[in-house]
Write a protein that binds this ligand. Sequence first.
Ligand code: CA2
Length: 141
Amino acid sequence: MKNILIINGPNLNLLGTRQPHIYGSTTFASYFSELETIFSESAILHYFQSNSEGAIIDKIQESAADMDGLVINAGAYTHTSVAIHDALANMEIPKMEVHISNIHKRESFRHHSYLSSVCDGIVIGMGLKGYKWAVMQILDL
Ligand code: CA2
């Protein structure tokens, strides 16, 4: 069994409550329990959400020691955070970047990601299902 950590960044705690036309109407807690069922025989899934950049970096550093893979949706920090880029660059375990919406179909400030160059793969614009594809890819790596 692989230990895989899913990290969600700022405002993703609001999933399922607002902007359903962009992010859907399912809460992450409810989707996470679906994921646990799907991967019950292959992975132990862990979940962390924070609105704070420093807390996300602390969690990334911790996970290097005790996780076998990382799925990260850093929310808006994707487009701003050299610090999260650096934290990911220092990790040897497989890492996948996820975005629920298609960031390339949105405002131009969302088109650049500081994380893509230090992740093994990217899943964009597939809704919450993207987390499932990202976990599957980590299990394959
Ligand atoms: O599409 C994604 O997954 C994003 O990472 C979501 C971020 C956004 O800043 C990125 O450009 C793309 C924003 C997450 C905000 O989530 C909300 C969910 C429900 C209601 C309000 C915000």
